[in-house]
Ligand binder design. Structure first.
Ligand code: GLV
Ligand code: MN
Ligand code: MN
Length: 423
């Protein structure tokens, strides 16, 4: 064939180019075991964003950032006034994260748009690729700050006083970040600031669970996301000498933490194993072997697909802790409250049809992980597509999806975006 232009966006997706970009990104914040630690609003985050911006500018996309650091790369359609189709994900990682969670959705968005351009596919709506700020919540809790602020779920200054483990506030880190990116064109927040609503939002992500691989499926058509609630429990007791203070006189914060977590485990018992309950971070003070702890802070991550269970058990957390603790003063603070969402049928069908047309096997499934897409549901018709990942492992350096699996995902994304951009 003399014509070198690929006829469809799917066919113009380059497996090697996408994989090479992912591997270049994985070097920024690389940790042993092929993992990545790239916290939001850090110099590493900015280095990754500059790399992405370079690729986007090289193919003619326009770049802009909003006041909370969400980064947008825009491809024009034939009607610049039309509401855009939005795609993307996040570039930050867990402290002990992998090479694909989040970043693949951004790189796949770029690959899909590049394929649409190179195939000469006519589209009416603009397509914008977004990299949301702080999806993980690993440095500043909670996650999804960028999408919550953009969608108007919370005002953008909600988290100003939140600190990272070094005591840096989110406000300070964001200011530093904005200064380092002062050369980039600015845009306003989204509908929260009166900006236009996108026509559709479609996010690509690795599954982070075992089903697609186990059932030998290529593409997950995501039906919705379960609800999540995060809490911080603070227990204040009194420090004392470990060798001398009688047990009966102590106000031992560690012992009260054990009572509290035991009671919470009872509250969260679910014979069906649908409910998810995690205590993932514990801070103890003074954190020394021979002193009684006077302060414990621990986190709760609680998830359920049923709104009623999410509300009932979540609302019972504080009283459960208070009822179990014997000696300490108790403070319980809720930091994240995301209700379960269902995705739009049009977006789900666009993903399913694109996959089926390419001979790929699909499975409809809900997401156990939260995603920025959760906060787009009230804004516009929203959906997600998943690709399999090895053994479902995620939030772990061992996270892995193959170049072939990721290329299939990008091909489906490209075709679905082109379809939605002409609706
Ligand atoms: C996202 O990273 C989540 O914890 O679900
Ligand atoms: Mn993610
Ligand atoms: Mn994650």
């Amino acid at each position: 064939m003399s014509n070198s232009v690929a006829p469809t966006p799917g066919a113009a997706v380059s497996q090697d180019r996408q994989w090479d970009r992912l591997m270049q990104m994985a070097e920024i914040g690389a940790i042993p075991g092929e993992g990545v630690n790239r916290a939001c609003l850090t110099p590493l985050d900015r280095e990754a964003r500059r790399l992405l911006i370079g690729w986007a500018q090289a193919i003619g996309l326009s770049v802009s950032v909003d006041p909370i650091g969400n980064l947008f790369l825009r491809h024009e359609g034939s009607d610049p006034e039309a509401a855009p189709v939005l795609t993307g994900s996040h570039m930050d990682t867990q402290p002990n994260g992998g090479r694909f969670d989040g970043i693949w959705g951004v790189i796949a968005g770029l690959e899909a748009v590049q394929a649409i351009r190179e195939s000469g596919t006519p589209i009416q709506r603009p397509i914008e690729i977004v990299a949301w700020t702080n999806e993980e919540g690993g440095r500043f809790a909670p996650g999804c700050m960028g999408s919550m602020a953009w969608s108007g779920d919370k005002p953008a200054n909600t988290w100003d006083a939140v600190t990272d483990p070094q005591g840096v506030t989110f406000k300070q880190a964001l200011l530093e970040h904005q200064q380092a990116e002062a050369d980039l064109p600015r845009r306003t927040l989204g509908p929260a600031a009166g900006g236009p609503k996108p026509a559709f939002y479609l996010e690509a992500h690795i599954e982070q669970g075992p089903r697609l691989e186990a059932e030998e499926m290529d593409i997950g058509v995501v039906t919705g996301i379960q609800g999540s609630r995060w809490f911080v429990v603070e227990l204040r007791g009194e420090t004392a000498h470990a060798g001398t203070a009688p047990l009966g006189l102590r106000k031992d914060a560690v012992q009260d933490m054990i009572r509290a977590i035991t009671a919470l485990n009872a509250l969260m018992t679910d014979p069906q194993d649908v409910l998810r309950f995690t205590v993932g971070r514990i801070e103890v003070s003074p954190n020394t072997s021979n002193s009684v702890a006077d302060l414990v802070r621990f986190t709760i991550d609680f998830r359920h697909p049923d709104k009623d269970v999410l509300l009932m058990n979540g609302d019972a957390v504080e009283n459960t802790v208070r009822g179990a603790v014997k000696h300490c003063e108790v403070t319980v603070t809720e930091r994240f409250h995301a209700l379960p969402v269902e995705f739009d049928a049009v977006v789900q069908n666009a993903v399913e049809d694109a996959a089926t047309a390419q001979g790929l096997k699909t499975l409809r499934l809900p997401s156990g992980a939260f995603h920025d897409a959760q906060f787009m549901v009230p804004i516009c018709p929203t959906g997600m597509l998943f690709v399999p990942c090895r053994k479902g492992i995620s939030h772990n350096p061992a996270e892995y999806s193959s170049p072939e699996q990721l290329a299939a995902g990008a091909r489906v994304l490209a075709a679905a975006l082109a379809e939605l951009a002409n609706r």
